[in-house]
Write a protein that binds this ligand. Structure first.
Ligand code: AMP
Length: 294
């Protein structure tokens, strides 16, 4: 696997690409969720590039930028084993030179949920993804459904700005007990790790109610709320059942929706979601969901 740090070297590498290029942008500390994106890219592309860049612009002043997990050596070993052709690991100044002055702002769908709780987050995401798209010019780019709002923001900016890039969503990879894989799971101590199953248990309960015919937004939000409230180590940031396209909260579900939540487990903020739609495969297939609280 070729490792590149400078923009000039990346341009040169891009000129040498023959065939279809698949891009997987990440912040490193790679786990099986990231590798699922890589695997999908590998299956659909002639050349696979991964970027590893912990993007300061998408972290708030009181967030975990300085302690965000980093493991470049481990990441590179995993990516080499996964058949990745090139890894772009730019230093901060390559992405943000000192007088960097440009921002990409997606309006509307960023007003709620993560965008509301994390002011500036999606400007950071949209700006870095736009720069990575411009630098790498992939045919396809792979993003996890785990970050449901991010996926919608990236689809929107890709269409709005006219990037000739296909955005490919990839199903959330979960631990056997249902917990969505996340680099931030590394922060959890053993008791918190057990408590963290409350997120997937809440989503599972909402999906079960939806499958049983419940279409009331408030009823579905309450279902999630009561599972989370029963977990002493969990503090709810938000619980949402929103329209799949607009992310507006649903009073009644008349079409595809997305149930999502953000929950502090101790000091660690975790997010997860499930799409409530007839065409969505069971996100918990094969999971042995924990039924007890810690
Ligand atoms: P991050 O390194 O957290 O910025 O994530 C990089 C990409 O991996 C994003 O597109 C995420 O949505 C995706 N991702 C993170 N966790 C998972 C997971 N458990 N399953 C699938 N994709 C994931």
């Amino acid at each position: 696997v070729e490792i590149i740090e400078s923009i000039e070297a990346l341009w040169a590498a891009r000129r040498g690409v023959g065939g279809r290029l698949g891009l997987v942008p990440t912040m490193g500390a790679l786990h099986a969720g990231h590798l699922a994106l890589v695997e999908r890219a590998r299956a659909e592309s002639d050349v696979v590039w991964v970027t590893i860049f912990v993007n300061p612009l998408q972290f708030g002043p009181r967030e975990d930028l300085s302690r965000y997990p980093r493991d470049l050596e481990g990441d590179l070993a995993k990516l080499a084993a996964a058949g990745v052709d090139l890894v772009f690991t730019p230093p901060l100044e390559a992405i943000y030179p000192p007088d960097f002055s440009t921002r990409v702002e997606v309006h509307g769908i960023t007003a709620r949920l993560e965008g509301e709780r994390r002011p500036g987050h999606f400007v950071g995401v949209a700006t870095v993804v736009t720069k990575l798209f411009a630098l790498t010019q992939p045919h396809r780019a792979y993003f996890g459904k785990k970050d449901a709002q991010q996926l919608r923001v990236i689809r929107r900016l890709t269409r709005d700005l006219g990037f000739p890039i296909e955005i490919v969503p990839v199903a959330t990879v979960r631990e056997p007990d249902g917990l969505a894989l996340s680099s931030r799971n590394l922060y959890l101590d053993p008791a918190e790790r057990r408590a963290a199953t409350a997120l997937s248990r809440a989503l599972h309960a909402a999906r079960a109610a939806w499958l049983a015919g419940e279409r009331g937004g408030e009823a579905l939000r309450n279902t999630m709320w009561s599972v989370l409230e029963a977990e002493p180590l969990a503090r709810i940031d938000y619980v949402s059942v929103a329209d799949d396209a607009t992310l507006e909260e649903c009073a009644r579900l008349t079409g595809p929706a997305v149930a999502s939540l953000a929950v502090f487990i101790g000091a660690t903020r975790l997010i997860d979601n499930v799409r409530l739609a007839d065409d969505e495969p069971d996100p918990f297939a094969g999971a042995a969901l924990a039924t007890h609280q810690s």
